[in-house]
Design a protein around this ligand. Structure first.
Ligand code: GDP
Length: 196
């Protein structure tokens, strides 16, 4: 249960994130995947996720303190950053810094739109997480846009795609921000893993 949710700070650098060592749960995905809506739905606050973000493409790490006990971290939509002339691409630096430096991270939720086939950038991001040993679960968003059969079919297809490269699939949650579907399941997962 979320009793209190407070915006704490926005940062463009990991070094400036809260010094607290409270457990953190991060939410990340491509922009427009429904991340702000999901955070507002989970916390039962209409505009929590927007309070920190200026409109536009500001790339910030947003910390929200939940129940004075853990941080919900709203990470910016990811995209590739070109790191050299060799056309090698990586994710934006401060996103990878966040995952590689933030010891208090318990679990990341990688959001994907349930309507779409697995996208290359999402698969590569999950691969990056796996390679770096960063625990994550998948959150399928916007489930209200599909009928139950289509939800089943799309989730099964997504997991099949993952099994081409993974030995096992991560835990996943089906959610809808407009109907609060999946809210209890996600919050239970956080409760269960939060040792604080
Ligand atoms: P963000 O960029 O990932 O933070 O995405 P937003 O939360 O701003 O959502 C992007 C768009 O998708 C908005 O038009 C939302 O109204 C819509 N949206 C987000 N979540 C849902 C959902 O669960 N169901 C439906 N039907 N639309 C959603």
């Amino acid at each position: 249960m979320i009793k209190t949710a407070e915006f704490i700070m926005s940062n463009s650098e990991v070094a400036k994130c809260p010094k607290d060592t409270l457990p953190e749960y991060a939410f990340i995905g491509r922009s427009n995947v429904g991340k702000s809506s999901l955070i507002n739905m989970l916390t039962d606050h209409k505009n929590l996720a927007k309070t920190s973000g200026r409109p536009g493409k500001t790339q910030l790490i947003n910390h929200f303190l939940i129940n004075k006990n853990w941080f919900l971290v709203d990470l910016p939509g990811y995209g590739y950053a070109r790191v050299s002339k060799s056309s090698k691409k990586k994710f934006q630096r401060f996103i990878t810094d966040y995952f590689e430096e933030r010891q208090q991270l318990v679990l990341a939720f990688v959001l994907v739109d349930i309507r779409h086939e697995a996208q290359k950038i999402d698969l590569e991001f999950m691969e990056y997480m796996g390679e770096n040993g960063i625990p994550f679960s998948i959150i399928f968003t916007k489930a209200d846009k599909l009928k139950p059969k289509a939800i089943e079919r799309n989730v099964a297809a997504y997991l099949q795609e993952l099994l081409l490269t993974w030995e096992e699939t991560p835990k996943y949650f089906v959610t809808s921000s407009s109907s609060a579907v999946g809210r209890d399941e996600v919050l239970n997962e956080i409760d269960k893993t939060n040792q604080q």
